[in-house]
Structures are given as C-alpha cells and as structure tokens.
Design a protein around this ligand. Structure first.
Ligand SMILES: NC(=O)c1ccc[n+]([C@@H]2O[C@H](COP(=O)([O-])OP(=O)(O)OC[C@H]3O[C@@H](n4cnc5c(N)ncnc54)[C@H](OP(=O)(O)O)[C@@H]3O)[C@@H](O)[C@H]2O)c1
Length: 276
C-alpha cells in the first residue's frame, strides 16, 4: 500500500453481488476502510437521495451497476453518480465494465467525463455466472444451463481475480489511473465445455442447451425481467456472443504478477452450488 492509499475509504457498490462482495473482502484485507453500498445498506441506484449520504467523506468508489453496464440506464445512473461523487470530493473511481462490449463504451465515457481519477476494469464472463445468480438458479432448478452461447468460446474469469485487480488498482497510487484493464481467465471454453466440467465436479449430468437469443429473452421476461431490459439483453447477446471475445487478455498477469485462476479451480471449490 502506498502512503496515498493509507486510510482510504472505498464505497463498494453491488457489495452483496458476485464481484462487490469479493472487492469488499479484498479491500479490507488490504487495509482499506470499506463502506458497503447495496440496498440493505440504504443505497439505491433508483433513489438519488441515497447517493450523497453514501458518498460523502469517501475517497474512492467501486462502481458496479446491477443492470448490464452497457444498458442506457447504467450509462445514465453511473454517469450521474460519478459526477455527484466528484462534486463531493471523491477522487478515485473504478468501474466494472465488460470486455468487447461496444454498448458499454458510453458508460465508460461517462465515468471519464466526470473528471475523477478513473480506472476501467473490462471483464470477460464470470465463472461465478455458473454458481451465483440467475443462470446458476436455472442450473440448480432445471438441471441444465439454457443460454444463447452457441458454440462460442469464452475465457471465463474468476470474480476473485477481478476483485484483486480492482483492489490493486486502488492501492497502487496513480499507476492505473486513466487506464482500461482487460481481464480474462487463462483458458477458452465453450459453454458446453464449461458445463461438462461443472457436471464432473457436481457428480451429476448438468448439460448445456443452446437456444437462440430471442428465445432466451422470452424466458427472461417470463421470469420477471422488464421487457425493455430483456430486449436490450437479446441484442447484446447477439453481438457479444458472436466470437469477438474468443481470445485471452493478460490484465490479471500484468496487475497481479500471476496467472489468472483456472475454471478447474473454480468448479472444485464450488460443488456446493450444484447440489440437487
Ligand atoms: N456477469 C458477467 O459475466 C459480467 C461480465 C462483465 C461485466 N459484468 C457487469 O457486472 C455488473 C454486475 O456485477 P455483479 O455480477 O458483480 O453484480 P451481481 O452479482 O449481479 O449483483 C448485483 C448487485 O447490485 C445490487 N443492487 C441491485 N439493485 C440495486 C439497486 N437498485 N440499488 C443498489 N444496489 C442494487 C445487489 O444488491 P442488493 O440486491 O442486495 O441491493 C447486488 O449487490 C453488470 O453491470 C454487468 O454488466 C458482468
């Protein structure tokens, strides 16, 4: 830790989620003061009166929007919160973005335009999509992964690695200010390959069933996703899952000086997530 980051208070949005929970733990372990900011903490993206009390007196914010980072809602709210943070004297912002997602560029730009000392961490698909959240609920409930990922290969990243990169960016002085860091796991896998590894670790057959993006969008609306958000996700998946991201990125190695965690390590430690 540099002199600069001693006594740093970081607001962690999405603190009960896949990356935020791990950022909070890693930041505490690094000696930072953590202010968690999800709805249980009184912070709500959709209620702007909760923003200033959350931000006041902090030095840094880990920004993770609950809708996809490329959604118009994320662009608007992340931009507004970034401006408010800077206005309240918060200098350092780290945004969680998505690798190879053109739709996310306006949200990234909104953070840059806030005048903060920014870092953007562009992540590949999380390994934890298979163990936590909506897709994981589907795997547990239906005994299969239904997803519009076709045969595309993706270098899934462990959310723990994302958290460690975020904290390293916060605690390395100016080193990562004004930079985009692209992070992926070490191995390209199709969604079918990934579910084969999940099945072996779980000790039961949990297949992958590829569906067209549109059919997936209809399933999302059935499960309560607002139609507008589901429509956005259909368009997103049609572009994001066309093979453009079938390559590795070396951000974890560059920032942490070690290889990213492998999908095999993740499944070994996550078997509890796939109990029948
Ligand atoms: N999944 C991927 O593979 C992937 C890859 C790259 C980038 N991303 C980006 O990652 C972001 C999601 O991050 P994540 O997966 O770490 O989060 P997550 O697991 O989806 O959790 C969402 C978090 O947001 C909080 N939240 C939900 N609604 C809220 C509200 N109205 N006000 C305040 N907090 C709220 C939730 O807490 P409460 O419900 O407790 O309030 C929770 O902590 C998205 O922007 C996505 O684009 C995802």
């Amino acid at each position: 830790m540099t002199q600069h980051t001693q006594n740093m208070t970081v607001v962690v949005t999405g603190a009960s989620g896949r990356t935020g929970s791990r950022v909070a733990v890693a930041a505490k372990a690094a000696g930072l003061t953590v202010r968690t900011a999800s709805r249980a903490d009184g912070f709500d993206w959709s209620d702007r009166s909760t923003w200033a009390p959350t931000l006041r007196g902090a030095d840094a914010v880990y920004l993770v929007h609950p809708t996809d980072v490329g959604s118009p809602q994320a662009t608007e709210e992340v931009g507004a919160l970034a401006r408010e943070a800077v206005g309240l004297g918060v200098r350092r912002l780290v945004l969680l973005s998505a690798r190879g997602e053109e739709q996310a560029l306006p949200t990234e730009e909104a953070v840059r335009a806030s005048g903060a000392d920014w870092t953007v961490v562009r992540a590949a698909w999380f390994m934890q999509n298979f163990s936590e959240g909506l897709l994981a609920d589907g795997i547990r409930g239906a005994g299969e992964l239904v997803f519009p990922g076709g045969e595309v290969r993706e270098p899934f990243i462990d959310a723990q690695d994302i958290a460690e990169v975020v904290v390293a960016a916060l605690t390395s002085g100016d080193r990562y200010v004004g930079r985009e860091i692209e992070v992926s796991g070490p191995r390209l896998l199709t969604f079918g390959d990934a579910m084969a590894e999940v099945s072996r670790a779980a000790g039961r057959e949990l297949p992958y069933r590829a569906v067209p993006a549109r059919a997936f969008g209809e399933m999302l609306t059935e499960f309560g996703t607002p139609a507008e958000e589901a429509g956005f996700l259909v368009e997103l998946f049609e572009t994001l899952l066309d093979g453009r991201n079938a390559h590795l990125s070396d951000g974890v190695e560059q920032v942490l000086g070690r290889a990213p965690r492998d999908f095999a390590d993740f499944v070994r430690e996550s078997t509890g997530a796939w109990k029948a």
